[in-house]
Design a protein around this ligand. Sequence first.
Ligand code: MN3
Length: 262
Amino acid sequence: MEEQNEISSINPTLSRRDLMRLALVAPAALAASRFMIEGGPALAAPKAAPAPKVSGPFKLPPLKYPYNALVRSIDESTMRIHHGKHHQAYVDKLNEAVAKAPALKGKSAQSMLMGLDAVPENVRDAVRNNAGGHVNHTMFWEIIGPKGGGAPTGDIATIINTNFGSFANFKAKFEEAGTKRFGSGWVWLVGDAGKFGIISTPNQDSPLLQGLFPVMGNDVWEHAYYLKYQNKRADYLKAWWNVVDWNAVNKRIAYMRANARG
Ligand code: MN3
């Protein structure tokens, strides 16, 4: 169980432990975390994002490819709705949440997730779900693309072969974890201080909540695949490899290594 209710941001008698936890979200104290995620690779500034319903610091990052660029695995309607409606909604709700919590001003979505216990309680669940949704989907659009598919190359190939024996075995384990995730969620390859593993998370929970770096992940919410695959999540998971951009995954690994702590 997570201790989410221990800190009150208005409690004048914070314990030393509480102060240490609060320090996790102070800008300078991110160095104490295992990973520095500020900015992250390819968290591009928006260019032509749809006008948000709620103004705020968070914006929908534009796709770097057309909505119909991935039709061999993901149909155009799914891409359009997933990016333009679902991801936009996470951004809007995250902006709504931070507007209600002045203490969060200037903080990145990633730092909020890494120090969720210190996020004011009145918006903590909203931040968990919507900062999670924003960060998870930003990663998702980044690691898929029209030049994706084929066998892994570079660092990710080495990591897969070292930790899982072969690409075939890695795919099987990743697909199994994604298929078994009950309800909505994500399946991930995560990194932690040089170790790598496959996990799944419910809802929009980011691996950052556990201090794990999300190297790559697939969205197994029905909204990610239902129009083309209906109830056949396993077929979607299998087809998804055809759009995974290994160069983009390698950029995330390089970022993780450059910023890992401890
Ligand atoms: Mn989604």
